[in-house]
Design a protein around this ligand. Structure first.
Ligand code: MTE
Length: 326
């Protein structure tokens, strides 16, 4: 995300926090969790690799049958997808999350579901991994900054979890709260955003089968920098709507105050549907640069309405003025 003023007061990563040992420990914890069999069928193919292997623990997903869930476009290289990231808790440079997120401790992990639901609950990561069969979804992800990727995610529709907790009739929105741990996240405390990073969806958006509760990518568990151990991917919205490292899911009757909307309401609206006809106040959204195709003479691609998912999600916004509700 581009920010207007690089606010001073950033906390810089402490070098002792970002040693390979941190990465090693995170991997080893995940390996133990996966190897203990808790994830059941979701972990078909788990091979008990060396913790320091370049590739992470496997997390397989069956090819999704959800309409629109698999694009045939060329998949972005894993290396690009795992080293060009936005995860401001670990720094604002695209390379920072891959460098710094080794400190993130992903086990044990719980996600608290609260608010306007009949069955509030605290789910462990193990519970969540077993909750519904894992699917592979090959989605385009379009960042509001003007670049995009194509990523094979692994997860299941968020609606599976929502149905289980039985929202009450007054629940109209869901707020997603992500981890803000100053001990392991060196930029929490910087003034660039208010922490924790919060995102939100309207209930019908969250119930749409394409909204993915995501645990893996490229057939492996999510690397820390991509939002381990659990994040959201909402493919028809700008990437910032897809909160990483979620710890709380709160059902509410009010539109949540989201991190980017609080930071700059005129630039980042609540809906943030990908829309080539609604420019960001400081740049056009008509085209995008596909990561991996960005040589000097690479042509920009035309950005698609709802990121190309209009046939699936367009009806959610029937009758709405998408210029006002950007
Ligand atoms: N989630 C948290 N917790 N913190 C963040 O800074 N950045 C968002 C989103 N989720 C962000 C976040 C932005 S701006 C984008 S574009 C996507 O994550 C990037 O996801 P990727 O790095 O997996 O491509």
């Amino acid at each position: 995300m581009l920010i207007k003023t690089q606010a001073d007061g950033f906390l810089h990563p402490v070098s002792s926090d970002i040693t390979p040992q941190g990465i090693y420990t995170g991997r080893r914890d995940m390996v133990r969790l996966m190897a203990s069999g808790v994830a059941g069928a979701a972990l078909a193919g788990w091979a008990g690799r060396q913790a320091l292997a370049q590739t992470g623990p496997k997390l397989a997903g069956a090819k999704s049958a959800v309409p629109g869930a698999v694009t045939m476009e060329k998949v972005t290289d894993y290396k690009d997808a795992s080293t060009y990231n936005n995860f401001y808790e670990f720094g604002t440079d695209k390379a920072d999350p891959a460098k710094n997120a080794g400190t993130l401790k992903t086990t044990p992990w719980t996600v608290e579901v609260e608010g306007l639901v009949k069955k509030p609950a605290k789910y462990t990561l193990e519970d969540l991994l077993k909750l519904s069969p894992m699917e592979e979804r090959v989605y385009r992800l379009r960042c509001v900054e003007g670049w995009s990727m194509v990523i094979p995610w692994v997860g299941y529709s968020l609606s599976a979890l929502i149905k289980l907790v039985e929202p009450t009739s007054s629940a109209k929105f869901i707020e997603f709260v992500t981890l803000a741990d100053p001990k392991t996240m060196p930029f929490v405390g910087s003034r660039v955003l208010s922490w924790p990073y919060v995102e939100g969806l309207r209930m019908d958006e969250a119930m749409h089968p394409l909204a993915l509760l995501t645990f893996g990518m490229y057939g492996e568990v999510l690397p820390n920098q991509s939002g381990a151990p659990v994040r959201l991917v909402v493919p028809w919205k700008y990437g910032f709507k897809s909160g990483k490292s979620i710890v709380k899911i709160r059902f509410t009757d009010k539109q949540p105050a989201t991190a980017w909307n609080k930071a700059a309401a005129n630039e980042y609206g609540f809906y943030s549907n990908v829309n080539p006809d609604v420019d960001h106040p400081r740049w056009s959204q008509a085209t995008e640069r596909r990561i991996g195709e960005d040589g000097l003479f690479a042509k920009k691609r035309k950005t698609l309405v709802f990121n190309g998912y209009e046939a699936q999600v367009g009806q959610l916004y029937a009758g709405m003025d998408l210029k006002k509700n950007f």
